[in-house]
Design a protein around this ligand. Structure first.
Ligand code: NAI
Ligand code: MG
Length: 487
């Protein structure tokens, strides 16, 4: 097993034009281990001046550099090499992610890293399969389309799945022939920087991928409003999404947004109750609840309510919360003090609004940002804890009798990222799959992902679809070519 000392935690620099550089301002910031509250290392803090340099490098690599002119199959080959190196350094990356984010090593090892690897494998395969069409137009013309990269792409990612979000963003963008400026979240820059080293080692040409850690309102904003960036892809809070859209309007750059959620997890009396309980556990406690599609509103049909909550509460209160580096740990630390305080604030709000606390409801231990798995019952869909994204291990149970009314309540949210239904009735499952307003519907499962299946939101959960063939739409544009065949 790899040890903490073997993990490559080196002073973090910015990765611009294939070089590791300090920030123009010389400023740095700390990255913290949220399980111990200790500083892991210093990171160079990029802001507008560094973003300018990174965008210039990406532009040059796009216009003059070899990337766009590299044979598509060879672009795919480089993505495969990146994948191989990630696989080779899997243990190290998993530990680095656990140290920076606070999530359990069992999850970084068994969920994050395999999904990262699959994402690269999937888009490596697409690189040489992106092409246009010939179109039967009226008249003596030959018309065809070219599917071209959009150009310089800015990508801003959050801290909940740092390396996975980087993979979701860079793999399709690079496969399509774009060049990239990636801004990781200030809370979790380490695996993105390590990814930069890996890309270099894999032979990705200089300037094709630039990585600039820094804060949102400085580095992030500079990227979103940059006049020479052609597209911005963002994952994070919906209020940040609004700011990004406004900034992007400056040069009308293309925008795709993957924002938050308040996803309903609906359990019918005719479901397999034990697997639904396990699904509800995964739905809200996976990744400490720091999941955009977390099943944070648990709709329970009245006749199974008591049995279900008793089983859920037993499981939740016996979850092993603690040292994320321990292989037996099931739930780690929240990512930051800010996030920890925010979650405890929502727990207070739930108590004040009259929801019934079933289990948890407080911090866990005295050091590190740990929160006990928390269940509220007797929640009304209008309470703050049922409306707003908590992004922590806090689930709100809502009882229902009438299906139509439950569907109305499920859809009564500004969000529409995901929804799940637990039932043995196939008709009911398919009917609800149509009626629920969300980008992903799970039936008798929760938090299931695959690189080939699209992911994204309805309503204020954003627009654009990542993963699958759909992400190619985000990173290509279509050109129509007309040839006169007449006299
Ligand atoms: P955030 O949306 O502020 O941060 C996400 C990314 O956007 C980070 O890289 C950040 O540096 C950047 N950013 C922030 N402000 C920016 C700006 N003005 N211009 C450009 N980039 C900017 O999310 P934050 O503050 O870390 O978390 C707050 C809440 O957002 C969480 O409690 C959670 O509810 C939600 N969230 C949702 C995520 C999702 O996957 N949908 C991921 C992270 C947070
Ligand atoms: Mg923020």
């Amino acid at each position: 097993m790899i040890t903490k000392e073997e993990v490559k935690i080196k002073p973090g620099k910015l990765f611009i034009d294939g070089k590791w550089v300090d920030s123009v301002s010389g400023k740095t910031f700390d990255t913290i281990n949220p399980a111990t509250e200790e500083v892991i290392t210093l990171i160079a803090e990029g802001d507008k001046a560094d973003i300018d340099l990174a965008v210039t490098a990406a532009r040059k690599a796009f216009e003059e550099g070899p990337w766009r002119k590299t044979d598509a199959r060879d672009r795919g080959r480089i993505l495969l090499r990146i994948m191989d190196l990630i696989e080779k350094n899997k243990e190290e990356l998993a530990l680095l992610e656990t140290l920076d984010n606070g999530k359990p090593i069992s999850e970084t090892t068994n969920a994050d890293l395999p999904l990262v690897i699959d994402c690269l494998l999937y888009y490596a395969g697409w690189a040489d399969k992106i092409h246009g069409e010939t179109i039967p137009v009226r008249g003596e013309f030959f018309n065809y389309t070219l599917r071209e990269p959009v150009g310089v792409v800015g990508q801003i990612i959050p801290w909940n799945f740092p390396l996975l979000m980087a993979a979701w963003k860079i793999a399709p963008a690079l496969a399509c022939g774009n060049t990239v400026v990636l801004k990781p979240a200030e809370q979790t820059p380490l695996t993105a920087l390590r990814l930069g080293e890996i890309c270099q080692e894999a032979g990705l040409p200089d300037g094709v991928l630039n990585i600039v850690p820094g804060y949102g309102p400085t580095a992030g904003a500079a990227l979103a409003e940059h006049m020479d960036v052609d597209k911005i892809a963002f994952t994070g809070e919906y209020t940040t999404g609004r700011i990004i859209m406004q900034a992007a309007s400056k040069n009308l750059k293309r925008v795709s947004l993957e924002l938050g959620g308040k996803s309903p997890n609906i359990v019918f009396a005719d479901s397999d109750i034990d697997s639904a309980v396990n699904g509800a556990m995964t739905g809200i406690f996976f990744n400490q609840g720091e999941v955009c599609c977390a099943g944070s509103r648990l709709f329970l049909e009245r006749s199974i309510h008591d049995e279900f909550l008793e089983k859920l509460s037993d499981k939740a209160s016996s979850l092993r919360v603690g040292n994320p580096e321990d292989v037996g740990t099931q739930m780690g630390a929240q990512v930051s003090k800010e996030q920890f305080d925010k979650i405890l604030g929502y727990i207070d709000s739930g108590k004040q609004e009259g929801a019934k606390l079933v289990t948890g409801g407080e911090r866990c231990g005295k050091r590190g940002y740990f929160v006990k798995p928390t269940i509220f019952d007797e929640v009304d869909n209008n309470m703050k804890i049922a409306r707003e994204e908590i992004f922590g291990p806090v689930v709100s149970a809502i009882t229902f009798d009438d299906v139509a009314d439950m569907v109305r309540q499920s859809n009564s949210s500004i969000y529409g990222l995901a929804a799940a239904v637990w039932t043995r009735d196939i008709k009911k499952a398919h009917r609800l799959a149509r009626d629920l307003k969300a980008g992903t519907i799970w039936v008798n499962t929760y938090n299931t992902f695959d690189a080939a299946s699209p992911f994204g939101g309805f309503k204020q959960s954003g627009f654009g679809r990542e993963l699958g063939i759909h992400a190619l739409e985000l990173y290509t544009q279509v050109k129509s070519v007309w040839i006169n065949l007449g006299s």
